[in-house]
Design a protein around this ligand. Structure first.
Ligand code: HEM
Length: 131
């Protein structure tokens, strides 16, 4: 997870589609980027129910992305970027399509159903769901 998240942030912050949004974070320096990576790793770990992921304690998706006016296209491109990084790190395509993509794409749909221009609210960690 840490390697994958580092690559996601490296690629996102140098990709023309996302770099403007990531520039303020990158300008805060390595420590801030490191804290963001840890937080994103926790978020994704909780989303996928990884038992050893510490609980995500960052802002809600709406708060984290407020003012970025992320479009559906940018969101989909971001999910594709993450899928590319997973593929580069040896995750088989089938696993990406059936296990990785659905929860993230569902997050976006929730956000849109609620009329939010930002992203969906923080997901409930899978492992703390009753049943
Ligand atoms: C798969 C969809 C996405 C997920 C799961 C996601 C997840 C997150 C999380 C958990 C945070 C908060 C971390 C924290 O501050 O503790 C965050 C912040 C952020 N996201 Fe996303 N994100 C997604 C899509 C995007 C897209 C499409 C963009 C850009 C176009 C983006 C840009 C950012 C930036 C720049 C921040 C950090 C702002 C800051 O702290 O200065 N995200 N994201």
């Amino acid at each position: 997870m840490p390697t994958v998240v580092r690559e996601i942030v490296e690629q996102a912050s140098t990709d023309p589609t996302f770099e403007d949004d990531f520039a303020p974070l990158v300008s805060e320096g390595k420590k801030a980027v490191g804290a963001f990576e840890q937080s994103l790793a926790n978020f994704l770990g909780n989303l996928y129910g990884c038992p050893d992921a510490p609980p995500y304690s960052g802002p809600t998706m709406e708060e984290a992305h407020a003012g970025m006016a992320i479009t559906q296209q940018e969101y989909d491109d971001f999910v594709a970027l993450i899928a590319g990084v997973l593929g580069d790190n040896g995750v088989p395509n089938d696993t990406i399509n059936t296990c990785f993509a659905p929860p993230l794409l569902a997050l976006a749909r929730v956000g849109h159903a609620r009329g939010s221009r930002a992203l969906a609210p923080r997901p409930t960690p899978a492992r703390s769901n009753p049943q």
